[in-house]
Write a protein that binds this ligand. Structure first.
Ligand code: UD1
Length: 419
């Protein structure tokens, strides 16, 4: 398996282009199941998770064409196979997003349960309860979700007991083809959901309340073709903002949108990092020392759980202490022992981690068990003295496009070591 070697200590200077958002692209691809298409997605990132979703849709019977030069994905056709098999779903939880569209359009689906994953148990009960409220019959059989709505889905008033990005997306897509009005209350408001809603509207859906926590959908008989530009990846932007900050550099994040960073931009400023919108881009600069700041992860516009590990790496070299509290996932501190091996002083107490800043980290061989944890180790490596080797790079390839090339282009001493 490939590894990444970093020799730390160089301030980053230059421009980093921000790719299309992975977490927007995955539901947008699933939305292709709602019509014969073609659905053309522009600014598509080239990532392992996108390829996995492509394979899943292909086995359902869609034609998926990824033009890596034009950075576009074209999806067309109608599903002929309504089963999402375990082998693909277990690779990526977001596979469960095919459930709503398949049941809405075809009246039934059989989707493997995603099961647990490294960062927690992550059930799909909210997705299933919502579909039941829309009239689907759900049974669990041999590790599979069987959903049936032979006479189609019906609009319903769905009040989410907890904010869920995936459940909001699944039910929003399903509601587009349901009969009558669906209300999604306490819906997630992540920019990726707004992006999905805009694409669905371009396909002919009737959705109100876009960008709010109350989405109202009037079902239509069918959806058609559309071309949609994918929103820039706010987590990739936030990650490179931390890279600039941890190295004491200054980078221009091309295409990054300040309003999508939510509390991350505010927290970076509190820590002493300059975050400045420059036209369509964002400039991140750190001139002076970093200050410890407490953060708590929350649904958007709160501090994103997908930025927690990266921010913790930054706090590891800040002055003073920082308390990092994770409220979304119960087991998302796997980066802590690895950061500590690099000289960080972090103690975990339940859902909180106390980070006591140290003047300098030292390079070490490290590995991580999830995507954001892996990239936090890259950030630590950029600031550390000496050499860091990050193992298990496949996690990074799921969510960061050419991470080593983008960082090397702004002056990092980083390279991929092929297996
Ligand atoms: C999405 C993102 C992921 C991000 C997360 C939270 C994608 C592809 N993934 O994941 O990167 O970390 O949002 O911002 O967009 N829950 C339930 N029952 C359910 C559904 C969720 O209990 O049916 C719980 C989860 O276990 C978790 C919380 O709700 O504790 C939020 O999860 P959710 O927002 O659904 O995350 P995902 O959509 O899986």
């Amino acid at each position: 398996m490939d590894r990444i070697r970093i020799r730390g200590g160089r301030p980053l200077e230059g421009t980093i282009p921000i790719s299309g958002a992975k977490n927007a692209t995955l539901p947008l691809m699933a939305a292709a199941l709602l019509s014969d298409g073609p659905l053309v997605l522009r600014n598509a990132p080239d990532l392992a998770d996108i390829a996995t979703m492509g394979s899943l849709l292909e086995q359902h019977g869609l034609a998926v064409e990824h033009d890596r030069v034009a950075r576009s994905l074209t999806l067309s056709g109608n599903a002929t196979n309504l089963e999402a098999p375990y082998d693909l779903v277990r690779k990526m939880r977001a596979s469960v997003l095919v459930l709503g569209p398949l049941v809405a359009r075809h009246g039934r689906a059989r989707v493997s349960l995603p099961g647990g994953c490294a960062i927690g148990t992550r059930p799909v009960d909210i997705h299933l309860k919502g579909l039941e409220q829309m009239g689907a019959e759900i049974t669990l059989d041999a590790g599979y979700i069987e959903a049936a709505a032979p006479r189609g889905l019906k609009g319903a008033r769905i009040l989410f007991p907890q904010v869920s990005v995936g459940a909001t997306e699944n039910l929003l897509m399903a509601a587009c083809l349901a009969e009558g009005e669906t209300q999604l209350i306490n819906a997630a408001r992540e920019p990726e959901i707004e992006d999905l809603a805009r694409c669905l509207i371009a396909m002919g859906a009737q959705i109100e309340g876009v960008g709010t926590d109350r989405l109202v959908v009037e079902g239509v008989g069918s959806l058609g073709a559309a071309t949609h530009g994918i929103v820039p990846d706010r987590i990739e932007a936030g990650t490179y903002a931390c890279a600039a900050a941890i190295t004491g550099g200054s980078v221009l994040l091309q295409g990054a949108r300040a309003e999508h960073l939510g509390a991350v931009a505010r927290t970076l400023r509190e820590a002493g990092v300059e975050v400045e919108a420059v036209g369509e881009d964002l400039r991140i600069t750190r001139r002076d020392g970093l200050q410890g700041v407490d953060v708590m992860t929350e649904p958007f516009p709160g501090f994103a759980t997908d930025m927690q590990a990266q921010f913790m790496a930054l706090m590891a070299v800040a002055e003073g202490a920082a308390m990092v509290t994770e409220t979304i996932f119960e087991n998302r501190f796997m980066h802590v022992p690895e950061l500590n091996r690099m000289g960080a002083r972090i103690n975990v107490h339940g859902a909180s981690a106390i980070v006591r800043g140290v003047p300098r980290l030292s390079g070490a061989p490290v590995m991580a068990t999830d995507l954001r944890a892996s990239v936090s180790l890259i950030l630590a490596g950029l600031a550390a003295e000496g050499e860091t080797i990050v193992n298990r790079v496949y996690h990074l390839d799921r969510g960061y496009e050419r991470v080593e090339a983008k960082l090397a282009a702004v002056g990092a001493d980083i390279e991929r070591l092929p297996a």
